[in-house]
Each structure stands twice: as structure tokens, then as C-alpha cells.
Design a protein around this ligand. Structure first.
Ligand code: ZN
Length: 295
């Protein structure tokens, strides 16, 4: 396959590009949705961008030796593991091999990028084995795990990875809930930039008696930060349902803080899926977002 630059007209690719350019790409990502070849092509593009010797804002350049090897599937630092799409097809032996391989430093690139196709077919034993390395990965390692749906992963694995969905929107809340979620999420995202901690607590108060609204709002908060990150890199959609908020946030939040906030939203969504206590979730919402901006 030919390695091409990210498509700036595709919102997901723009978000990935901005996260890569920020130099703070998550160690573990899950690509779900789309069809198998869409997932694999996108994974290869991300892997090429991570090993590319061009500046991160222009990666993958498609012409450096790293990109060329990535395109020919012959880059020594992009190990590829695959399994059939059926239960437990991704064997625990393969996971052990991945773990051993991950501790061997890269051959020629700064990074070592593991692409794991049909990773959701790992059984519990395999997932627990991969979890050990997701918890404390060597600094040079990235994992890109591909699946039709993330629902096959254990919550513990999901909590360690950032999930990107190909194709469809990130949430399916109905129009009424969506409108309420956009309003609540906008208030929270705005409050994150306030120097007064209490602003965020006040903005989150709307969720106190409404767990359903919190569930609908978390992905929207993440969408807002992703829109702000695109704004920061001049890759904005222009007119969004969030009005001028992404531009305002891009002006106030750093290139470091925005990817951290996007990642923080993923961690919060993972906690929610693990049925965390609602009051604890509210506290976690405030402290996690605060921590992401103050680092
Ligand atoms: Zn390159």
C-alpha cells in the first residue's frame, strides 16, 4: 500500500494528525468500526507517522526510508500480529511473544509500533497478559489494536487505551439528549479553563441527579476538546454545533493539555462503563480534567 498523508477532510484523521503533531500520541489506541481493510490502512498510516523521520506535523511524509519500508510492510519496528475474527483466535502465546518483543528496543526508528489485528479476539488470559504491558509500556512502544467493536475488550484493557471509531459518530444519544449533552458539555469544557476550581464543580452540578446526562455528555466533552485541538492546528471544521467554543478553548489551552484532556475523557468513559459509583464519577470528572490541564 502507498502511505499517504492524513486526510484533513476526515474528522477522525484530522484528530489523529493533531494528536501526533502534539507529540503526545497515546501509547495504546483501539481502532474500532469501519471494515477490516479501512482499519488496517489507518493503522499503517499511524504507524508510519510514528516512525517517519519528518517533523511530526508533516508525518507520514511518504518519502523517507521509514515511510517507504512501512508502505512495503517491511519496517522492522512495525511488528504486525493478526488472528482470525473468531473467539479466542488471538492466542495467549502470541501475546507473550508481543510482550517479549516490546522490551527489545527499536531497530532503526525512535518508536516501535505494534499493530494487533482482531485484538478483540484475545481471551481473558490474553487480555490480562497484554494488560501488564499496557500498564507500564516501554517509552518507545505504541500499540494499535484493531477490532470490529471495542465491546470484546475487558474494561481494564479499555481503561488503558484511547478508542477511536471509524465512520459513525461517537455517540448515539437521541436529539433531545444530544442537545442537553451539548449544553452541559460546553459548560464543563469552558469551566476547565477557569482559574477558579469551583467553576468546574458548578458546571458539573447538572449531572448530580442525572447519570444518563453524564453518560451522554462525556463523549461530547471529548468531541469539544478534539475540535479545539483541530482548531489549534489550523485544521478546523469551521462551523460546528459548538459555535466559537473550540476556538476559545484553543486560545486558552496548550498543545499538551488538549490531547491530555481527550485522553482523560476516555479514561472517564471507561470508568463509567465499569459502573463506577455516580458520586465518585462526578468527583473523578472534576479532578481528572483539572489534572489534565494543570500538568
Ligand atoms: Zn516519512
Amino acid at each position: 500500500m502507498k502511505i499517504t498523508a492524513f486526510d484533513v477532510n476526515n474528522p477522525l484523521e484530522k484528530t489523529l494528525m493533531a494528536m501526533l503533531a502534539s507529540g503526545r500520541f497515546p501509547h495504546a489506541v483501539i481502532l474500532e468500526g469501519g471494515n477490516p481493510s479501512e482499519r488496517l490502512d489507518l493503522a499503517k498510516k499511524i504507524a508510519a507517522a510514528l516512525v517517519c523521520s519528518e517533523s511530526k506535523a508533516n508525518a507520514p511524509c511518504g518519502i523517507c526510508s521509514h515511510c517507504k519500508k512501512a508502505a512495503a510492510d517491511s519496517h522492522a519496528d512495525i511488528p504486525f500480529y493478526t488472528a482470525e475474527d473468531k473467539p479466542r483466535a488471538f492466542k495467549v502465546d502470541a501475546v507473550r511473544d508481543i510482550r517479549n518483543n516490546a522490551y527489545i528496543i527499536p531497530n532503526e526508528a525512535d518508536k516501535k509500533v505494534f499493530i494487533l489485528e482482531n485484538a478483540h479476539t484475545m481471551g481473558n488470559e490474553g487480555q490480562n497478559a497484554i494488560l501488564k504491558i499496557l500498564e507500564e509500556p516501554p517509552s518507545y512502544v505504541n500499540f494499535i489494536m484493531l477490532c470490529s467493536t471495542k465491546s470484546g475488550f475487558l474494561p481494564t484493557v479499555l481503561s488503558r487505551a484511547t478508542v477511536f471509531t471509524i465512520g459513525e459518530a461517537r455517540n448515539d444519544a437521541d436529539d433531545e439528549i444530544r442537545a442537553a449533552a451539548v449544553e452541559a458539555a460546553s459548560a464543563v469544557a469552558k469551566a476547565v479553563t477557569s482559574i477558579d476550581d469551583f467553576e468546574l464543580v458548578k458546571a458539573a452540578a447538572v449531572f448530580e441527579k442525572d447519570a444518563k446526562l453524564l453518560k451522554a455528555s462525556l463523549p461530547v466533552i471529548q468531541e469539544i476538546f478534539a475540535a479545539a485541538l483541530r482548531e489549534k492546528y489550523g485544521a478546523s471544521d469551521g462551523d460546528t454545533e459548538f459555535g466559537t467554543l473550540p476556538a476559545e478553548l484553543a486560545g486558552k489551552l496548550s498543545r499538551r493539555a488538549l490531547p491530555d484532556l481527550i485522553d482523560a475523557c476516555d479514561k472517564l468513559m471507561a470508568s463509567l462503563r465499569m459502573n463506577a459509583n455516580h458520586n465518585l464519577m462526578l468527583t473523578a470528572l472534576c479532578t481528572t480534567l483539572r489534572k489534565a490541564v494543570s500538568q
